[in-house]
Design a protein around this ligand. Sequence first.
Ligand code: WAQ
Ligand code: MG
Length: 259
Amino acid sequence: MRGDAKTTSGKIHITGAEGLYKKNEVLEIINHYALRAMNHPKGPADAISIAIEKLSGRPRAIAALPVKTVPCSGPEEARNQSADILRKIGVSGEAIRAAFRVLRSPKTMRGAALVEADSGRRLEPNRARGVRASRMGIEKTALKTLKRTLRPGKINNETVLEALILASKVASCRGVLAELCVSDDPDYITGYVASKSFGYIRIPNIKRPGSPRGGRAFFIRSGADINKVIKYLEATPVMITEIPDFDVLNPGLKASRLP
Ligand code: WAQ
Ligand code: MG
């Protein structure tokens, strides 16, 4: 299922959401998406569209990324923190700068920029829209476990859950090395760097409150087949069925691969 909220006049995209659900959950989710679009902090939508599609095959099963939060007091420090992590993952300085240009631009995109991890070159066919990851969800039992795991960190909320589901799908794509995300919601100021190698690392105070800017960059391994990457991100159904054993408050103990 997919929900999108827009203004008709300026054709501004306010918010979008997507998920994979069982047939008996669909009505409840329609209700939920509609309410969310009507009460969004970016302003009331003039048009809301909700699309429902039947999946043709079984989704691919993946594990969620482990979650960690690093201390960070402001945008300047956040930029250094995220650049450090991205460099450790293997993203070049050029690519990191290209990603920050996208995330700081006043023109927000509906989807993510695809940035080649070594050259910093933009690879998405439509640079205004970007590529939207879709068809990802989480199984009910895995969701329960995840909520229980996130609760001690007080991050057991829809924003974090949805971002983690998206980031886990994106990181499960072989052509993707890492992701950098800053919300475009004016009052949501925690961003993240996600990767298969280091998990989902939350970075508080990545932007100043009140800013409508934000975005996502997916860093692509050089030599990856870009059409395959886009097809996987947009169209391959992926379901989280497994939650790794991590401690949100003390990630060093269990998620030993986190930096
Ligand atoms: N696929 C690709 N890019 C997307 C998608 C998608 N499905 N959805 C949003 N984007 C891009 C788009 O450019 C948006 O402007 C940008 O990401 C930000 O989207 O653990 O709320 O929905 O506390 O505003 C991070 C949570 C929340 C961190 C991120 O993003 C934490 C968030 P938003
Ligand atoms: Mg948003």
